[in-house]
Design a protein around this ligand. Structure first.
Ligand code: NAD
Ligand code: ZN
Length: 344
C-alpha cells in the first residue's frame, strides 16, 4: 500500500503529530491531489489547542488542514472537465445536494456542510482526496503559495462583497490575515476610506504593508478622532467585523452612519451582550457570513487576482512541512500574517 506523510490530530490532547498514512483511495466522482502548499488557519490553531469547540467537533484521529494548492494526479472514472497535471485549489466545504438551499444553487447555505480537515480527512498531507465538484483550477497567474490561501481570501472576499463598497467609507475591525485581505479587496473594488482596527501593533504594521489603509490601534486612539481626521461627517457606511471581539462590534455600531450595513465574519468565543436597541434605532442591517459562496466567491477572487489584487505580502512565514511546529508557533505568537507549509 502506498503511504504518505501527513499531520494529524492523533490523540485527544493539545498538539498535532506527523504520521505516515495510506494515500487516500478515490471514488468515481473524486480526484486525488498532490499537495504543494498549505496555509495554517486560525481553525487549525483551535484544533492544535484542543479547545472546547475542537473537542466537540473534530473526530480523532483526523488529518487536519483545509487551505491548499496542488496538482491533480488521479481522476475518478466519472470525472470530466479536469485533467491530470492540472494545478488547483479547492473548496474545503463538502456540501450535500438534498437541502432546499443546495437545490436552489446556494451551495454555501447547505446545512449538511462538512469541512475537510475539521470533520473529514484534510489537506495537511502529501495527497488529498477531493470531490471533483470542489476543485478550482488555478490560472498560471496564481502561484501555489497564493493558491494555498484562497480559502481565507475567499472569506475576505465573500464578506467584503456583501455590500456595495464603491465610494463608501469602510470600517474593518480586526487586522488578522482575513481582515487585512478584506481591506485590500475593499480598496481594489473602489471604497473611499478603508480604516482597519486592532489592538496588536504588529498586525496593524502588516496591514499597511498589504493595503493602502488607515490603521487604528483602538487601545490608543479613538475612532471619533479618526473620523474627524478623515473629514468624515457622519460615520462609516459599511462595517466588516473580523475580530470576533465584543468591544469591536460595539465600536462599529457606534461609528456607523444611520442605515449602515455590517457583515459579520468574526466568531465570538461564546454568547456576548449586544446593545440591540442601538442597532434598531440606527436602522442597521447585519449579515452573518460563513465560508465562501460556492463558486461565485471563487470566480470573483480569481478575477481580482488576475486583475491586480495583490495579497501575497500577507504571507509572512514559510516552512517545510516537517517544520510544522515552528509554523504553528509563529501563528500562536500573534506576530504572523499567513503561514504557509511546503509539501513538495
Ligand atoms: P485572527 O484571530 O488572526 O485576527 C483577529 C484580530 O482581531 C487579531 O489581530 C486581534 O488582535 C484583533 N482584535 C482583538 N480585539 C480587537 C478589538 N477590540 N478591536 C479590533 N481588533 C481586535 O483571525 P483571522 O484568521 O483573521 O479571522 C478573523 C475572524 O474570522 C476570526 O474571528 C475567525 O474565527 C473568523 N472566521 C470566520 C469564518 C467564517 O466562515 N465565518 C472563517 C474564517 C475565520
Ligand atoms: Zn481557513
Amino acid at each position: 500500500m502506498a503511504t504518505m506523510l501527513a499531520l494529524a490530530k492523533s490523540r485527544p490532547e493539545a498538539g498535532l503529530w506527523q504520521i505516515t498514512a495510506p494515500v487516500p483511495e478515490i471514488g468515481p466522482d473524486d480526484v486525488l491531489i498532490r499537495i504543494a502548499k498549505t496555509g495554517i488557519c486560525g481553525t487549525d490553531i483551535h484544533i492544535w489547542n484542543w479547545d472546547d469547540w475542537a473537542q466537540r467537533t473534530v473526530p480523532v484521529p483526523l488529518i487536519t488542514g483545509h487551505e491548499f494548492a496542488g496538482r491533480i494526479v488521479e481522476l475518478g472514472r466519472n470525472v470530466t472537465g479536469l485533467e491530470i497535471g492540472q494545478r488547483c485549489s479547492g473548496e474545503g466545504h463538502l456540501i450535500g445536494r438534498d437541502s432546499r438551499q443546495s437545490r436552489a444553487g446556494k451551495f454555501h447555505l447547505d446545512p449538511e456542510t462538512r469541512g475537510i480537515g475539521v470533520n473529514e480527512q484534510g489537506a495537511f498531507a502529501e495527497y488529498l482526496r477531493l470531490p471533483a465538484f470542489n476543485v478550482v483550477p488555478l490560472p498560471d497567474a496564481i502561484d501555489d503559495e497564493t493558491g494555498a490561501i484562497l480559502d481565507p481570501l475567499g472569506n475576505a472576499v465573500h464578506t467584503a462583497l456583501s455590500f456595495d463598497l464603491v465610494g463608501e467609507d469602510v470600517l474593518i475591525t480586526g487586522a488578522g490575515p482575513i481582515g487585512i485581505m478584506a481591506a485590500a479587496v475593499a480598496r481594489h473594488v473602489g471604497a473611499r476610506h478603508v480604516v482597519i482596527t486592532d489592538v496588536n501593533p504588529t498586525r496593524l504594521e502588516l496591514a499597511i504593508q498589504v493595503a493602502d489603509v488607515v490603521p487604528v490601534n483602538v487601545a490608543q486612539e479613538d475612532l471619533a478622532d479618526v473620523k474627524a481626521r478623515l473629514k468624515m461627517r457622519e460615520g462609516f457606511d459599511v462595517g466588516l467585523e473580523m475580530s470576533g471581539n465584543q468591544a469591536a462590534l460595539d465600536q462599529m455600531v457606534e461609528n456607523l452612519v444611520m442605515g449602515g450595513r455590517i457583515a459579520l465574519l468574526g466568531i465570538p468565543p461564546g454568547k456576548s451582550p449586544v446593545d440591540w436597541s442601538r442597532i434598531v434605532f440606527k436602522g442597521i442591517t447585519i449579515k452573518g457570513v460563513y465560508g465562501r459562496e460556492i463558486f461565485e466567491t471563487w470566480y470573483k477572487m480569481i478575477a481580482m487576482l488576475e486583475n491586480g489584487l495583490n495579497v501575497r505580502p500577507v504571507i509572512t512565514h514559510r516552512f517545510a512541512a516537517h517544520d510544522f511546529a515552528q509554523g504553528f508557533e509563529a501563528m500562536r505568537s500573534g506576530a504572523a500574517g499567513k503561514v504557509v507549509l511546503d509539501w513538495s
